[in-house]
Design a binder for this molecule. Sequence first.
Ligand code: 5GP
Ligand code: MG
Length: 444
Amino acid sequence: MTLHENCGIYGGFVRGGNISFEIYRGLFALQHRGQEAAGISVSNRGKIITRKGLGLVRDVFNEDVLNRLGGDLGIGHVRYSTAGESSTVMNAQPLMLEYLGQRVAIAHNGNIEGFSRLREEFERDGTIMLTNSDTELIFHYLVRRFKRPPGEWRPKEIAEFLFSTLKGAYSLLFLFKDKVVAIRDPRGYRPLWMYEGDGIRLFSSEDSAFPKGGKKIEMENGSYAVITPESLHYEKIADDVKRQCVFEYVYFARPDSRIFGRSVHLVREKFGQRCAIENPIDADIIVPVMDSGLSAALGFSKHTGIPLEMGLMRNRWVGRTFIKPQNRDESVANKLSAVSDVVKDKRIVLVDDSIVRGTTSKKIVSMLREAGAKEIHFRIASPPVKYECFWGVDIPIREELVASSRDIVEYTGADSVRYLSLEGMLDVLGESESFCTHCFDGRR
Ligand code: 5GP
Ligand code: MG
């Protein structure tokens, strides 16, 4: 099984520092990108050490642990929660190895294409894999390519080699004892940013995680960058058709981030507005499915003039790993509740960012019915998800996708269900050729 890994990565250099504290802060800000595991590797007086564990950033680390890590260069990772065997610390990142007496660590966001096949090729050739993660493969490739200690791998050569060898999604951070190297694949599936302030240089999946002030630059597809205690060097060296993941806008990224050159919140708002234009409806109130549907609902409301009301409340304490619910129904009930006094006898437009399995959506509709809603019109600010994702988004196999296997109105129990069209979505974004929309249209 290929593990889906759209994750969060963060790292860099802090002068006189404690980079571990800065990475902790950054990972905390990227927690929405993965709640299953967290890890930090640092270079402390020339020695690379790693601490990682299952759970949230705040569960894995505390002041004591961070103080012991110390370091002035480092990288960190938060892992997205997927099913089954991914829930072992073995697959947590950063991944660290020692080769010819030198350590190196890696943090990866994305998915390498053809992992199972490549893994088998390596295994048949005598390589033992210690994890189920495609990230480990990157090390095996590099070791075979260079056959020298990691300290002698030149960053530009690493990037050139990976660009010509690996297909798929990879935004990467490498930690060497004296530098952090960032690489963004030639198609640019996943975001990656860099930052330079006074005595501090950083990389991050999302710019909203950076400290205030300083200069932020989004790395281009096919580029690499190197942070050392003295400098930041950035270079674009390859190009390909861009394949930026449109689901970053739909769901993944924080609304206060900029991704692929645009404000995530404003894009979501426009998706909602466009969805309203395409699917006119007469109703009393608009209810956002908190939190991910809020930006789109705002756009829907601004366009139609129908007021936005808090008909669903979200429990802000869910997400703690110790209340791992047995099933999705139960988890929705823990997370959301209907506000009866707001929704009773109302014709509701229910706005969410996406429907994947449909199970959450079904539960929400029944919740609103029980609370007395008169009509429920579901409006989804993205097209129907019909295809699995090979580049990191946790989209289940086709049979589990409600849009490809069932009648959505009947299944959810809503009075109507309408989606934003793919054309509408791409029109909002402009330059439609630059995006990966495979989950919606199956186009590679
Ligand atoms: P469904 O009705 O498909 O079960 O759930 C739809 C909800 O799932 C939406 O509110 C959407 O925000 C959320 N969602 C979409 N993609 C993902 C994902 O990759 N992970 C999680 N945890 N939720 C997602
Ligand atoms: Mg949601």
